[in-house]
Write a protein that binds this ligand. Structure first.
Ligand code: SAM
Length: 420
């Protein structure tokens, strides 16, 4: 009989030990179950608390997580509900807590009996909206009109989005390959290389993936390379490049650019190399710390600065962010973003262009950083961008949208030419 031991242990690693969700030890169903439990964490946590009446002692926190996994299985798996209850009961035994099997059984069966009554008792906005209070507060302050739609979008998985490698074939040619393979994709409105599927498709079913025909990349992320608009022979720095999605897109758009991809993380840079190899593109890769001055890099015509951020725009793809990020992280991130911007600005030639990018939807990390920079640098000016997303004082903001893109921010800056 199926049990949820691996799922409980994986959930424990994130919820109790504070590690990023890693589903590689789970099968597809287990990954779905843990990711969905994380996505609806605050709701299932509140329901489990209602059901248990008296909180379990700290040392039995795994049983609380087991009840949450059981609730998630009941609500989302396409199997009889008693099968999910039985799997949870079996798990209690295998966790060496045989005594808890009757508690698990009684708790989940009570949920099946009194589901509506128990759900109606949960009224805490954190549980109902499935986001921690500090994220709800930020969203409502920054986007009073759009926050409800963003919260809703964050609570569902995003579509699977592809970037067609135009060095290998056109988007319409790849669409035909998909059709031949029995797959129907939609055209992205944001990116001429973008396609997306409303329902998940395993990568193994994507024709030519291993040969570099296509990559997985959100259509909002594809805007970065498009906005930077690489031209033949330009020297371009992708300053926070790993795992390399945007570097690869730049090279696919214009293979004659001289690209330098840098990052502080050597393991993630390995992924950049693997992606270059798979897609048949090439650039220089260099491991360095942007917190330090890097004059040996020389100067560039264009720079992409995709800074480390709260990742609040990609919560639906990484629901563990809701648990792992803290409001107190923001101050350090904003400081770092400003430092990186100042540091790479020296690497831009006079007249050169820099794209500042985040996958955040908090204005403090976005136009806050850019406006602060513009106030202190006389040689920096903002350039207009196409009208996408939500208008902001500086730059453009995409908000996560159901069945479309994730949340990204972009601002395009130009450095004054010498003498101007
Ligand atoms: C948002 S991610 C970049 C994603 C990448 N542009 C892409 O599209 O695949 C931010 C990157 O900044 C890197 N980073 C963090 N601190 C850094 C530092 N001090 N110097 C250089 N890179 C840093 C992280 O390792 C991470 O890969």
């Amino acid at each position: 009989m199926r049990n949820f031991v691996n799922e409980v242990n994986t959930l424990k690693t994130t919820v109790i030990e504070g590690h990023v969700f890693d589903g590689k030890h789970l099968d597809a169903l287990g990954r779905l179950l843990v990711q969905t439990t994380l996505r609806r964490y605050f709701w299932f946590d509140a329901i489990a608390t209602e059901l248990l009446e008296k909180p379990l002692p700290r040392k039995h926190r795994d049983l609380h997580l087991l009840i949450m996994i059981g609730l998630c299985a009941i609500e989302t798996l396409n199997q009889p509900q008693h099968t999910s209850v039985n799997a949870a009961v079996e798990t209690a035994k295998r966790l060496n807590k045989r005594w808890a099997s009757s508690l698990t059984n009684a708790t989940l069966r009570r949920y099946l009996r009194d589901r509506e009554k128990i759900q109606n008792r949960v009224i805490d906005p954190v549980a109902v909206h499935n986001h921690p209070a500090w994220i709800l507060d930020h969203l409502r302050a920054d986007f009073p009109q759009e926050s409800s739609a963003v919260i809703l979008a964050n609570n569902y998985p995003g579509p699977l989005s592809l970037r067609v490698n135009r060095l290998k074939q056109s988007r319409s040619a790849y669409l035909d390959r998909l059709k031949t393979a029995g797959l129907n994709a939609e055209l992205s409105n944001l990116s001429p290389q973008g396609l997306y599927f409303e329902n998940p498709v395993p990568i193994s079913r994507l024709p030519g993936f291993q040969d570099g025909a296509v990559s997985i990349q959100d259509e909002g992320a594809q805007l970065a390379a498009l906005l930077l608009d690489p031209q033949p022979g330009e020297r371009i720095l992708d300053a926070c490049s790993a795992p390399g999605g945007k570097s690869c897109h730049l090279l696919e758009l214009e293979p004659t650019i001289i690209l330098t991809s840098t990052d502080i993380d050597p393991d993630r840079l390995e992924q950049v190399r693997d992606n270059f190899d798979r897609l048949g593109v090439n650039g220089e890769i260099s491991c360095l710390d942007l917190g330090l001055d890097q004059p040996q890099l020389g100067t560039f015509d264009k720079i992409l600065l995709d800074v480390p951020c709260s990742a609040s725009g990609v919560i639906r793809r990484h629901p563990d962010i809701k648990l792992l990020r803290r409001a107190t992280d923001l101050e350090g991130l904003i400081k770092k973003q400003g430092q990186f911007l100042t540091s790479v600005w020296d690497r831009l030639r006079p007249g050169g262009i820099l794209l500042y990018a985040t996958c955040s939807i908090f204005s403090d990390e976005n136009e806050g950083v850019v406006s602060q920079f513009l106030q202190t640098r006389e040689d920096a000016a903002i350039l207009p961008l196409p009208e996408v997303g939500v208008p902001r004082a500086f730059g453009v903001q995409l908000l996560p949208t159901q069945n479309a893109h994730d949340g990204f921010y972009y601002a395009l800056l130009i450095k004054a030419s010498t003498g101007s």
